[in-house]
Design a protein around this ligand. Structure first.
Ligand SMILES: [Zn+2]
Length: 268
């Protein structure tokens, strides 16, 4: 009767590794401690910033805007979690928002709240509220621990030991999986595409947190329409993992009334 016993252990481990997402209520596979991901993100973020041209908020209204939008969304999301008694969900978060001089139409957020916006994105966002839509989307991916879920799916697909050495820090296999999911310098083709479900979650709740931060969620639709037609023959990097198709726009329209309930414009 050995086999059923082992199977039972495997099933138990699998269930133990499934956490209920505090924002979406969806059950997610999280095989990695979030603290490990955050520590790795700090390393990657530092090294990325040292190798790229960071625009100083002291000299640039755009960099100042990126920081302002980020801080407002971070405040909104932190306040929301606290009000639900879920402050521990953001444990270890140390938010940073940097604008990087680069023509790429792109932005990302790593675990622990490490955000980069590329200057190439700003001609597409065009206004602060649309920037808040993108940053809200990226921040939601991090806060909802979508990276952990994707890494866990890769680990399972590769047949890695669930209860074994994958949990330890500095594990080479874990680092390789982290890089395949997050590495900001990686070729776009190497990055795993975000799942549809994660994308819709990031759209829906990102829009809500942007609204809570005082940004009009109505900007989401024209922004995504601009994104769809940006770049001419060479589509933006952001589109490779974020298809701006009719399904996305239809979903945004569906979720818009919900986000509007949370919208209070910022006082000038
Ligand atoms: Zn996304």
């Amino acid at each position: 009767m050995k086999r059923p016993h082992f199977l039972w252990i495997a099933v138990t481990l699998f269930i133990a590794a499934c956490t209920t997402n505090a924002i979406t209520g969806r059950k997610q596979l999280s095989l990695f401690p979030e603290s490990t991901l955050q520590a790795e993100a700090v390393n990657q973020y530092r090294s990325f910033l040292s190798q790229n041209r960071v625009v100083s908020p002291g000299n640039s209204k755009d960099a100042e805007m990126v920081r302002r939008v980020g801080n407002r969304i971070a405040t909104a999301i932190t306040t929301f979690y606290r009000s639900k008694g879920l402050a521990s969900e953001l444990e270890g978060y140390d938010w940073q928002f940097n604008l990087v001089q680069d023509d790429q139409v792109n932005a990302w957020c790593m675990p622990g709240g490490k955000v980069v916006v590329y200057t190439g994105l700003l001609p597409v966002t065009q206004n602060e509220a649309a920037l808040a839509i993108v940053m809200g989307h990226e921040i939601l991916h991090a806060a909802a621990q979508h990276g952990n879920e994707r890494m866990s799916q890769v680990a399972v697909a590769q047949g890695l030991e669930v209860a074994g050495n994958i949990f330890t820090a500095n594990n080479q296999k874990a680092n390789t999986i982290f890089d395949s999911v997050f590495a900001p310098g990686a070729q776009v083709g190497v990055l795993l595409p975000n799942s549809r479900m994660q994308e819709y979650e990031a759209d829906r709740y990102g829009m809500i947190f942007a609204a809570m931060a005082g940004y009009n969620p109505n900007e989401a639709i024209p922004f995504w329409q601009r994104m769809a037609s940006a770049g001419g023959g060479k589509p933006p990097e952001f589109l490779s993992s974020h298809p701006a198709d009719e399904n996305r726009i239809a979903n945004l329209k569906k979720y818009l009334p919900e986000a509007m309930k949370y919208y209070k414009p910022n006082q000038k």
